[in-house]
Design a protein around this ligand. Structure first.
Ligand SMILES: Cc1cc2nc3c(=O)[nH]c(=O)nc-3n(C[C@H](O)[C@H](O)[C@H](O)COP(=O)(O)OP(=O)(O)OC[C@H]3O[C@@H](n4cnc5c(N)ncnc54)[C@H](O)[C@@H]3O)c2cc1C
Length: 464
């Protein structure tokens, strides 16, 4: 966005005239409405709070006509920092949070501004659920438009594949039902095609679930983490894990202790013999220092993700980077071990894996998924390096440097793939061709088709 201070007085007067709330920086609610997960000194010049699709369309038409730069915001969890900019109008969609379940209980129509936790809460009384992000305050839709890796993905697929349709305020400011072509872009291409004011999502029966984090002995983090990842790779290669199971490796900086190895364990089903078998398997990936039966308990995904969120600092200084690879080679594991042990110990930093497993619903050949520009469809791991601190700028900068170093070191091993994950690729590395690989040309073609003037330019992924 331009560096000259943006004057929104005309926009404020316009919004007042059409009775759409405008919040200026001097208003008490500005702090809450402009809150983002990643700390940024860059703040919007004002916030518009539409309550209906028509109001969103009115705002977009005004922004186009008056050349007002804008960003769209829901949960505020953009970790790429692409949309954490100054001199913009922020369009806050949080009031668009309705949920209407279909009569056959197979789909739901949902407001585009809903948070992940609120969607789970609204579906639960109907005995339904959807795959959902690791923390409940992430905007469900934005996560889904990037791909949406979740603990439930081995059984329910990536979030983007649950997106069946969308009502969009397009690049002319018109409210349209997304065509199949536009849906292809929306499933992976983020906010590039318009403001999604409502979407139709496939819903799944809400089943009993077991979840928790298993902690392992980590007094020598390099050795423990490398050994854990080696055994994890063996497990992935040699055993056929059931679709109801997720085991995801994490290395987390625990205050006063340093980096500690964890496995996030999620089982969509009852505590039966199969569950006990896999819990024991997960426990044997290292020297578990917790009672497995107490660490992994019967709880809903919502309760588990709420517990996880409570461990995060309210404001994260630093940066997040990520890498993807098809398997954990010995060379990659060596890098993970070395840089894992060097993780800033103060708390806030972590390494978190997501996995797209062979044979699970969203995995296959890219050509098996012609309705989506998200092209990373072969089995792979996606790993986030959270170089963060809740303590302040200085600690955040040190942690960010560490996260970049491990990303760069992995890139040199040849163990990483040509694609990345748009939602976790910091804007300094956000080159469409690198992130989308062979689907980049199609994403660019779709962008040209639906937003030739780049009206939705300040979004994730950046297309410039
Ligand atoms: C703590 C944390 C946990 C996470 N967990 C996961 C996870 O488990 N799996 C995963 O895949 N990702 C995860 N992510 C990444 C997350 O999915 C993305 O950062 C996502 O973009 C956040 O959406 P938001 O609405 O919260 O953020 P915002 O910053 O509000 O939105 C990000 C961008 O999305 C676009 N956007 C938002 N809403 C709309 C809309 N209705 N229409 C059009 N465009 C829109 C806008 O361009 C906006 O700038 C996590 C991130 C964090 C910080």
């Amino acid at each position: 966005m331009g560096s000259a201070a943006l004057d929104l007085s005309k926009t404020e007067a316009f919004l007042k005239g059409v009775r759409i709330p405008f919040v200026s920086p001097s208003a008490t609610e500005f702090g809450v409405l402009s809150k983002t997960f990643m700390h940024s000194p860059e703040q919007p010049t004002g916030i518009a709070q539409p309550g209906t699709a028509e109001e969103v369309a009115t705002i977009i038409k005004h922004c186009i006509a008056e050349k007002v730069p804008f960003v769209v915001r829901t949960g505020g969890h953009d970790v790429t920092k692409s949309t954490l900019v100054a001199n913009v109008l922020s369009i806050n969609l949080r009031k668009l949070d309705h949920v209407q379940v279909s009569a056959d209980k197979k789909t739901a129509r949902v407001g585009g501004g809903i948070l992940s936790g609120a969607l789970l809460e609204a579906l639960a009384p109907h005995g339904l659920e959807v795959p959902t992000a690791a923390v409940p305050s992430v905007g469900w839709l934005s996560c889904a438009t990037m791909a949406g890796y979740t603990l439930m993905s081995p059984s329910m697929g990536l979030c983007c594949d649950s997106l069946l349709g969308a009502k969009v305020v397009d690049a002319k400011g018109e409210i349209v039902e997304a065509s199949e072509r536009m849906m292809k872009g929306i499933r992976g291409g983020g906010g590039n095609f318009g403001v999604i004011v409502e979407f139709t999502v496939k819903v799944h029966p809400l089943l009993e679930a077991q979840s928790g984090a298993i902690m392992y002995e980590s007094s020598d983090p390099q050795r423990s983490w490398s050994s854990f990842l080696t055994k994890f790779q063996e497990l992935m290669t040699k055993e056929k894990m059931p679709h109801c199971l997720s085991i995801l490796p994490s290395l987390i900086a625990v205050p006063n202790m340093g980096p500690a190895v964890f496995a996030v364990f999620y089982w969509r089903g009852a505590r039966d013999d199969a569950f006990q078998y896999w819990l024991k398997k997960a426990g044997s990936l290292g020297q578990a220092v917790v009672d497995l039966d107490k660490a992994v308990v019967t709880q809903s995904a919502l309760t588990f993700t709420k517990g996880f969120e409570a461990l995060l600092p309210p404001k994260m200084y630093g940066a997040i980077h990520s890498s993807c690879g098809s398997e954990l080679t010995p060379e990659a594991i060596e890098v993970f071990g070395k840089y894992g042990a060097a993780m800033p110990p103060a708390g806030g930093s972590s390494i978190n894996f997501h996995v797209l497993r062979e044979g699970t619903p969203s995995c296959g050949k890219p050509s098996d998924f012609p309705d989506s520009v998200f092209g990373a469809r072969r089995p792979h791991w996606m790993c986030e390096f959270i170089g963060g601190s809740g303590a302040g700028e200085e600690q955040g900068a040190e942690a960010a440097q560490w996260a970049k170093e491990i990303r760069d070191a992995l890139a040199k091993t040849g163990a990483v793939t040509k694609f990345g994950y748009a939602a976790t690729t910091s804007k300094e590395f956000a080159v469409v061709e690198d992130v989308f690989g062979e689907n980049a040309a199609e994403l660019r073609a779709l962008k040209k088709e639906f937003d030739p003037d780049n009206v939705f330019r300040c979004t994730v992924p950046l297309m410039d």
